[in-house]
Design a protein around this ligand. Structure first.
Ligand code: ADP
Length: 613
């Protein structure tokens, strides 16, 4: 659209140029003013054509033309330099300023501007009587309708204020809707209860009421605040109105001349009436708009939405610090645990070495003890046999004497030439039997005194008792002491070294015979009993009617080297107890109620049965 006043007179044109302070040039192109036609070309024409026409009148030699542009068109026109000036809304201006270096040269002075000259803000409206929404923070969880995401007063200013109140309209609302134009749809949606609240550019509510489209009393403004000199209800701060801006390469003189022309627009000029403003004023500070856009990350600051790691770190530094601390703690803890494990492992290894050394030592000590025990057993057996040597010799003498008698008898008969072959055969059989008997005595003694390792096997207790009694039979006979056997039949075997059990019984019987001394007496004798005790253990009891136990003997009976006998060693009972206990049994002495002593021992029965032998 072009408004050109053709000069009729060169002189007039020249004068006009001079008055505009421009150098004289022939056929200069018209001044091109890009105008944001946010509601289409017709609307833009109606509102801004008179203003551009005013400029054309002020520059008759060039004329001026209005170029209605939408947002992308505005950007392209500025980028290509196809316009000299742009008249656009506040938000679009800061974007063009940041992107293309356009500079505001004047700001619209609205009839509704506050004392500061700023005129653009937002009103958040709700139906009158909505007491649940009094402040912007109350909008959380509510449904809100705004004009358009790109509408400055119709959304963006309110968006910033809501964020400042702790409500992110894109995250914290039940619903966010945009009505588009005409903006009165927002007011109607609020009035009809379609949404809880609506966002309008400040003053739109009042304008709609003045035009009779709605009843102002039916609405209230959320978080209403006042700005000095500003006549409309407001929920936010105020921002400057539309500016007129020149492009970076628009000549300075032209810019100045246009500013002068605009400032000189008479009050009540039809152009101002059509544009809904009072006039033009010095360019206002648009930094607050930059601040708002920066915080919303829109317009020239949209790139801030690409969140960098640094941004995240800055925003969440306290969590990061906490995580770093936790990591540090964990690292220190791990190192400490590792160190403790190392120390503990070393300690355990040392303890293990020490344990192994102790075990080896103990094994050596046990081996030595076992060896000593074996020696002692052997010595004890030799000693007990030594004590009984004369009786054993007497024992052997009997068969030997018998053999000699039979041999002599045979010799005599042969020399006398008497005797039948049958008689000689009988005699030599008797000789052989006596020799066998002597051999058995010697074999028994040899078995008994043999130095040998302990052999645990199921053993028949009655058999062991019998073998021991046979070894001391001669001694009993020579002392004229009857030895009675009361051996219980069918006893379970014991897991034992049979020779050791024989040794114990022999020792106890020898002690019993010793206690009775020589000489006959009433009721004298030794009784050896076997049987089962109440707990199923095999018991052997050797009872005598001897002198009994003195107090001293009772207390020290099992002490090594305790003896009351001249020439006694005092080791017998202590060795017997060691042997019995090493078989898991128990050995003790009690008084015999009829006088004398009973020495008893119990041995645990073995699992398996053995044949009595
Ligand atoms: P020793 O027979 O060489 O003395 P023992 O250890 O066999 O060694 O016996 C220790 C002592 O216990 C004996 O000297 C004796 O005083 C006492 N003693 C052992 N058995 C009996 C018994 N049946 N009756 C009385 N005293 C006994």
């Amino acid at each position: 659209m072009r408004f050109t006043i053709r000069p009729v007179c060169l002189m007039l044109a020249l004068l006009g140029m001079l008055s505009a302070g421009l150098p004289v040039r022939a056929a200069e192109p018209p001044i091109r003013v890009g105008v944001l036609a946010y509601r289409g070309g017709d609307h833009a024409n109606a509102v801004w054509e008179p203003t551009v026409r005013y400029l054309a009148e002020r520059f008759p030699q060039r004329g001026a033309e209005m170029v209605p542009l939408d947002l992308p068109g505005m950007d392209a026109a500025v980028a290509s330099g196809s316009v000299d000036f742009v008249l656009t809304n506040t938000g679009n201006y800061v974007e063009l300023e940041a992107r293309h270096g356009v500079t505001r040269i004047a700001t619209l002075h609205s009839s509704r501007s506050g004392a500061s000259g700023a005129a653009v803000g937002s009103a958040l409206i709700v139906r009158a009587g909505r007491d649940d929404i009094r402040s912007l923070a109350d909008l959380k969880g509510k449904s809100v309708m705004a004009v358009d995401p790109d509408a400055f007063g119709g959304f963006q200013v309110a968006w910033g204020a809501m964020l400042a109140a702790g409500v992110d309209p894109y995250a914290d609302l039940k619903e966010l809707r945009f009505s588009g134009f005409p903006v009165d749809r927002v007011a109607f949606a609020v009035r009809d209860g379609a949404v809880d609240a609506g966002v309008l550019r400040a003053c739109v509510l009042e304008e709609l009421a003045e035009e009779g489209h709605l009843d102002r009393a039916g609405f209230q403004v959320v978080g209403a605040r006042t700005e000095p000199g500003f006549g409309c209800a407001l929920s936010t701060g105020l921002y400057p109105d539309w500016p007129l801006a020149r492009l970076a390469n628009t000549p300075e003189e032209l810019a100045k001349a246009v500013v002068v022309a605009l400032f000189e627009m008479p009050e009540g000029h039809p152009a101002a009436l059509a544009g809904g403003y009072e006039g033009w004023t010095v360019p206002m500070d648009y930094q607050p708009v930059h601040g708002l856009f920066r915080s919303l990350r829109i317009g020239p600051y949209e790139h801030l939405r690409d969140v960098t790691l640094l941004d995240l770190a800055r925003e969440h530094w306290h969590w990061l610090a906490l995580a770093a601390l936790a990591l540090l703690w964990w690292a220190v803890h791990s190192l400490r645990v590792e160190h403790l494990i190392k120390v503990r492992t070393a300690e355990l290894r040392a303890a293990n070495r020490e344990l192994r050394r102790e075990m080896a030592e103990r094994r050596r000590a046990e081996d030595t003890a076992r060896e000593r025990q074996k020696e002692m057993d052997h010595v004890a057996r030799l000693s007990i046999l030594g004590e009984m040597a004369s009786n054993i010799a007497h024992e052997l003498n009997q068969p030997l004497g018998a053999i000699a008698n039979y041999a002599r008898g045979c010799t005599r008969r042969l020399e006398a030439g008497v005797g039948s072959a049958a008689e000689f055969a009988e005699a030599s059989r008797a000789i052989a039997a006596q020799a066998d008997r002597a051999g058995q005595i010697i074999a028994r003694i040899r078995d008994f005194v043999r130095k040998r390792a302990v052999q645990l096997e199921p053993a028949d207790v009655n058999g062991a008792v019998e073998a021991a009694l046979q070894l001391c039979e001669g001694r009993a006979r020579s002392g004229n002491i009857p030895v009675t056997r009361e051996l219980a039949p069918g006893l379970p075997p014991v897991l034992a070294d049979r020779v050791q059990i024989e040794q114990v019984v022999l020792n106890l019987v020898k002690n019993a015979l010793d206690a009775m001394g020589d000489g006959a007496g009433e009721g004298r004798g030794v009784t050896v009993r076997t049987g089962l005790d109440a707990e199923g253990r095999v018991e052997i009891a050797v009872a005598d009617r001897g002198h009994g136990l003195s107090e001293d003997a009772r207390a020290r009976l099992f002490d090594p080297f305790f003896t009351t006998k001249p020439g006694g060693m005092g080791l017998g009972l202590s060795i017997c107890r060691t042997i019995v206990e090493s078989h898991g049994g128990h050995l003790w002495a009690t008084d015999n109620p009829g006088g004398g002593t009973i020495v008893r021992l119990v041995l645990p029965a073995a699992e398996e049965k053995v044949d009595a032998g």
